[in-house]
Design a protein around this ligand. Sequence first.
Ligand code: BTN
Length: 263
Amino acid sequence: MNVQSSENQVEALSPKTLFTGQQVIWLAECASTNTEAQQLLLKSRATEGCTVITDKQTAGRGQRGNSWEAAPGENLTLSVVWRPTFLAASLQFQLSMAVALAVLDWVSMVLGPDPALRLKWPNDVYYHDQKLGGILIENTLSSAGIQSSIVGIGININQLEFGMPTATSLARLTGRHYVLPTLAERLLECLERRYLQLRAGQAKALRYAYLQVLYRFQEWHYFEVEGRRLTGQIVGIEETGRLVLEINGQLQSFGMQEIKFCL
Ligand code: BTN
């Protein structure tokens, strides 16, 4: 374990991993762990698997330009730096699937396996129709492939009150209180396991596992496209990560900005 000597460092972690979380920077407070990780990368101070984690994130970033709110000291907000140079830029969705599956593996370990635990495309973690956590992956691409990835993960753990009815936490689901550093260690182990599976070229197995746990897969539901509500069923995912739906007997694919689930 390589603990950073920083005045702001508040905790150490000892995950049983080869590299993920072997360098940990646990900050009492920061704007965004993704931004902190980006700065470390720019200064060449992030080893492979370097993890930035904070108790209080003041300007957390989410997908689609949204913010990510998490009550201080009650949740996991962390970012892992990897260099998946083995992956072509066009295949970056494979990394997204691997990370989402890792988070789901870990939640399933904590809560026990439950068919209500699902991945909502592209990589939200859901329990029934409520969100437990989200993932924001920021890749730096080069002509050769993915130069570096910052994998930002936010999971609601001990927080009990949320501003929206579609959010939940582990504590809300179980009535228990969780110890964050222990949970973080197990999460880092799950992340590395799926990352190594990806690195070993097992993308097909990852895709299969992803579809097995995909929220609303092969079920008819309402979706919103260009402000209009329509009925469709998810039938697959393209290699690029676009979501494929059957709508009125035809197949149509959508990017993240192009479709919303009606909950
Ligand atoms: C989403 O569902 O919109 C993705 C949320 C990702 C939030 C995490 S919290 C740690 C990391 N730092 C950030 O600023 N964002 C991610």
